[in-house]
Design a protein around this ligand. Structure first.
Ligand code: SF4
Length: 394
């Protein structure tokens, strides 16, 4: 289901934009439709109230928990079953983070990832993406959403951006706490840059405009870095009075190598764009939004952990509004790769930090439960488990 289809359904029941907004707020925040001095009972038109139970039943049926696999330190992998029996993975991260999937399977086919092994199975609708947040919020507060689970967001961009808009406008998630991850696709850069233009608000409903001011403070997932010279960052989600900007997520770019030939081997079906162009395009967006680009680098021993790579990263990112996330490879059955030693990983990070390129090591959540991206789903599909296991506690 797409949010646009949900909106149409609401409109068919007599909903105006303000009613749609109230319903999307209640659904995405898992809270009441009531507002102080404005109970839903009198706010929603009668036709909408009558149709609400059926709509809620459909929304509740979008995603449910198949099983939960705790990995310690506030991390848990959720195997999420969709309405048609397909499964995706979401990951609860520390400090209110949630990683969501955007597709069942993936067409990029990264050699180190289980999600891409069977190719793309189907797209997730925008409502199914938001439903993963709704599901997680039934168990835990969610204040950051990263689109880094199963799937390549660039291959399902309309749905991903629709979900981002709902989460940023109605879901109480600060814009820079929405992190869109991609292997790099011209369409992503173009669509994101379109969002940097101002857009007029829709006409107010009953004389009131519901505009929420996003708080960009206290962020953890997208650190605030000093903007290098000639930057013109925009840290506010609002423009002048009466004008609101589209939700602009932070950007994560999966690089994995600076060597074009090696990158093409690691990410066989990623668009053929030079790393220089990727970095330049990401830089334009980073400066337009004021959010640094987060480069992702799955570290594989003997493959992309050389001194030469570190040197090229340093040259490529020097002076850029960016940070490097090294993610040591998670063991995957049947794959010959290994993660570098902790010493080597730290050495790479420190070398870049010494050269002024902010770098950090991030563990891929769920290693303890063999939960590298896509493994839970692959195992469940293989075993065709009929029973659901519900082990989460509030
Ligand atoms: S790492 Fe991401 S882009 Fe690559 S195959 Fe896995 S899900 Fe797709």
């Amino acid at each position: 289901m797409r949010i646009s289809h949900l909106r149409q359904r609401l409109q068919d029941l007599g909903a105006k934009p303000c009613h749609e907004d109230r319903l999307l707020r209640g659904w995405s925040q898992v809270c009441s439709y009531d507002k102080k001095g404005s109970p839903a009972e009198t706010f929603f038109p009668a036709t909408l109230r009558n149709g609400l139970p059926a709509i809620e039943a459909d929304l509740n049926g979008l995603a449910h928990l198949h099983s939960e696999h705790a990995a310690g330190e506030g991390v848990a992998r959720l195997l999420v079953e969709l309405h048609d029996g397909q499964m995706v993975e979401s990951v609860l991260l520390p400090r209110g983070g949630l990683c969501v999937s955007t597709q069942v399977g993936c067409a990029v086919g990264c050699v180190f990832c289980m999600s891409g092994r069977d190719g793309l199975i189907r797209q997730l609708g925008s409502a199914e993406i938001v439903a993963q947040v709704v599901l997680a919020r039934k168990y835990r507060a969610v204040s950051k959403v990263v689109f880094m689970g199963m799937g390549e967001p660039a291959h399902n961009l309309d749905n991903v951006l629709e979900a981002i808009d709902v989460l940023g406008r109605h879901g109480n998630i600060g814009h820079k706490n929405l992190v869109l991850s991609t292997v790099g696709d011209v369409r992503v850069f173009e669509r994101l840059m379109e969002r940097c233009a101002h857009h007029s608000l829709p006409p107010p409903c009953r004389g009131r405009t519901e505009v929420r001011v996003e708080s960009l403070k206290g962020d953890v997932s997208t650190p605030t870095l000093p903007l290098p010279l000639h930057g013109g960052g925009n840290l506010d989600s609002r423009g002048q009075s009466g004008i609101i900007e589209k939700v602009k997520p932070a950007l994560a770019l999966s690089l994995h190598s600076t060597n074009a030939e090696l990158r093409a081997k690691l990410l066989p079906h990623a668009p053929t764009i030079s790393v220089e162009e990727l970095v330049e395009r990401a830089e334009v967006y980073a400066r337009a939004t004021g959010y640094p680009t987060q480069y992702q680098w799955t570290l594989i021993e003997g493959v992309n952990d050389s001194d030469a790579e570190v040197e090229r990263i340093a040259a490529l990112l020097k002076g850029k509004y960016a940070l490097m996330n090294f993610i040591p490879f998670n063991a995957v059955d049947g794959l010959p790769y290994r993660r570098p030693s902790a010493v080597r990983t730290a050495e790479m990070m420190h070398t870049l930090n010494r050269q002024g390129i902010y770098s950090r090591v991030r563990d891929s959540a769920g290693q303890e439960v063999e939960g590298a991206c896509g493994q839970l789903r692959a195992r469940a599909v293989k075993e065709n488990k009929p029973a659901r296991i519900k082990v989460l506690t509030k």
